[in-house]
Design a protein around this ligand. Structure first.
Ligand code: ZN
Length: 483
């Protein structure tokens, strides 16, 4: 759609005031009654070691991130459409209209109903310009730009301010990814990830975080990522994508990233979201270290509960954290390796299938890179962590009735290992005799799923799921518990 049409939709709000109001909400009042999603963590130890200039910049960035939650609060709605689409619009109407106006499905626009009954769009930076102004996020980013002595961070912050004013998000993402090292202080702020759009899964929502670099853990993690990708490239003959990793001592997360409740809490995030852009400029995933600590506690309890104690002897506690973390990293890398065009071919199956693909890429690749292990049983821990986590997913499903995208993956891999006799239920837990048998099963399944991902169509994936997904497997294992 032309720029003039877009602009007139915004500037001439008399044209259709009710529709614009629907999209951006009342400008004051109700919005402030809602709970703002922010999650804050205690200042990390690394803060004390920061140069004064960066500590000062961080102070401004923390405030910017906190305020960015207000933008999210006007995007959220009572249903899956949030406020990205007109209340009464149907999926078909939106999809049909997008054939004439591709901006309708752009992740960065809000869809409105024009008075002539057609759909119209407004870019998010314009739709939310008033709230962006009233929160002074731009002013805070400028203050941080002045405070920091890190030249590349300055450039990135400038590009970010420009993006907030013009909608040129890609330029800022490029600045963010272009540097070779990691900044001591980092910030992500803008519109990313489609979780809030449960209607069509297209629109990005406001999210932000900022924190201090964990230098040692980042270095170690990047070595793991490099070894992992190198192995994958050699094995598949593909060129490896550029993937950076940052272990972040996060101070605050907000908006879509600010959930405090249980399984909705984020422990890692990989950006940019657009697969084409990732191929072009690479990607970076951030591990939110204090948040990972919370999840780790729950997962290590599950580990003790669902993996037979006979299998656990000789495994140091610290190794469990490493195994869980590195499995998560392998999974996040997997998102950069998903076969091209999969969205079009397998349609609605995409979400759970991608998680399965990433889990398998993670486990299969982990088995292959003993040179970076910190202990000779590290791969065993990763695989055990995957299985014990499956029990948590299953429990969550029973409690909430929400299947989510992770349970099918966990149950499918578990069933394959039980079918091949590599893994056995024992006394309500899981055990195995020989880890190399497990490795074989994972490898065969990875090949099968990779092939499906490359040239399967919807019906093939459906058939595979019907054959392999059986969540009653968890109850069957739990029933083997004696007494
Ligand atoms: Zn994933």
């Amino acid at each position: 759609m032309s720029i003039e049409r877009t602009l007139s939709a915004v500037n001439d709000s008399n044209r259709n005031p009710s529709s614009l109001k629907e999209a951006v909400g009342p400008i004051s009042g109700e919005r402030f009654m809602r709970r703002l999603l922010t999650r804050e963590f205690a200042p990390p130890e690394s803060l004390a070691a920061l140069p004064k200039s960066e500590r000062k910049a961080l102070g401004y960035l923390v405030r910017a991130v906190r305020r960015w939650a207000e933008v999210y609060s006007i995007q959220e709605g009572s249903d899956g459409k949030a406020r990205f689409y007109p209340t009464r619009a149907t999926k078909n109407q939106i999809i049909r209209a997008s054939e004439h106006n591709p901006e309708i499905l752009s992740p960065y626009t809000v869809v409105l109903k024009a008075p002539d009954g057609n759909f119209d769009t407004v870019p998010m930076h314009q739709a939310y310009s008033r709230i962006i102004e009233s929160t002074n996020v731009i002013g805070l980013l400028r203050d941080a730009t002045k405070a920091t002595k890190d030249k590349e961070l300055k450039n990135y912050l400038k590009a970010k301010v420009h993006a907030l004013q013009t909608g040129d998000w890609e330029e800022a993402d490029k600045e963010w990814l272009s540097r070779d090292d990691e900044p001591l202080v980092d910030i992500v702020i803008g519109f990313y990830d489609t979780y809030t759009d449960r209607f069509l899964g297209r629109k990005y929502a406001a999210e932000a975080w900022t924190g201090v670099l964990n230098i040692e853990a980042t270095k170690e993690s990047q070595q793991f990522v490099d070894a992992f990708l190198e192995n994958w490239a050699q094995k598949t003959g593909n060129t490896k994508p550029k993937v950076k990793v940052r272990v972040d001592e996060t101070r605050i997360m907000s908006g879509q990233a600010g959930h405090e409740e249980g399984e909705l809490r984020w422990t890692a995030n990989s950006l940019p979201c657009q697969p084409e852009l990732r191929r072009k400029i690479g990607s970076k995933f951030t591990i939110f270290d204090p948040s990972f600590d919370d999840i780790y506690r729950a997962r290590s309890e599950a580990f003790d509960k669902y993996i037979h104690s006979g299998r656990l002897s000789g495994i140091p506690k610290s190794l469990i954290r490493t195994g869980i973390l590195r499995r998560v990293m392998g999974h996040e890398i997997g998102h950069s390796l998903v076969p091209e065009g999969i969205e079009k071919r397998i349609g609605a199956h995409k979400n759970w299938f991608n998680e399965l693909y990433c889990d398998l890429i993670s486990l299969d690749g982990y088995f292959d890179i003993p040179q970076v292990y910190t202990h000779n049983r590290e791969h065993e821990v990763a695989f055990a962590a995957h299985f014990s986590n499956g029990f948590l997913q299953h429990k969550l499903y029973k409690r909430t009735g929400e299947m989510g995208n992770y349970l099918p993956s966990h149950a499918i891999i578990l069933k394959a290992c039980i079918d091949s006799d590599a893994v056995h239920p024992l006394d309500g837990c899981l055990t195995w005799k020989d880890i190399s048998e497990v490795r074989k099963t994972i490898h065969t399944l990875t090949d099968k799923v990779t092939k499906l991902g490359k040239d399967g169509i919807e019906i093939d994936v459906q058939q595979f799921r019907d054959e392999m997904f059986d969540d009653s497997i968890y109850d069957q294992i739990l029933q083997t518990k004696s007494n």
